[in-house]
Design a protein around this ligand. Sequence first.
Ligand code: CTP
Length: 228
Amino acid sequence: MGFSKAIITSGPTREWIDPVRYISNASSGKMGFHIAEEIGRWIPEVIYIHGQVLEDYRCPSGSKRISVETTSEMKDAVLSEMMGDTILIMAAAPADFRPAESKESKIKKEDGSEILLLELVKNPDILKAVSSEISEREISGCCLVGFAAETDFLEEHALGKLKSKNLDYIVGNYVGKNEKGFGEVETSIVIYSSRGKVAEIGPLSKEAISKKIVEFLKTDTSNAFVRS
Ligand code: CTP
């Protein structure tokens, strides 16, 4: 089947604690950027929705770019772009929690107190919101692809997310426990499909892995793909 639109999300979101501090994570946006560049060869319209990615990963060629800050903003941007025959690839690392209250003034150290308690509330899960929206509104021909970066039990966690988020594919990869960040060099991934297919790719650079992910999705969805 043919998709008319691809939405690629990329990078971390930011949740502000006060005007100078935020909660975020170490995602660079590299994987999402390379997927967006590559997928343009296959799908005519590409929307790149990104958080605070590194400068090099801001403008994939041939994509319409939407810059967002928070997880809620990313969810709204994705939902407003979702339509029939769209493939959504959520390579972003949205912050799962935000401060219950974002202070208008900078939080000051209080003399005598060694502890600052920060109350966090859960953010919406974008993939879950999209999968319920497309089934409620009966939007057809969509394909949802998630990522699962794990330090342990990759298969178990990836398959759990494939099911709980009602996805068509999940791309699992190990992130080293002893490294900080999401890994900038060579990496290996495993793609699991909701139909039970498993494909292992790598170790390769993120750029080469992105190409292989797009090739895999193109081939695997080419035969009368219907969301299961
Ligand atoms: N994701 C999402 N909305 C969120 C958080 C994550 O749609 N609020 C997406 C990510 O873009 C990714 C997939 O869900 O494609 C899995 O993200 P991950 O952070 O690995 O999983 P979580 O569901 O946040 O679970 P946990 O952090 O407990 O591993």
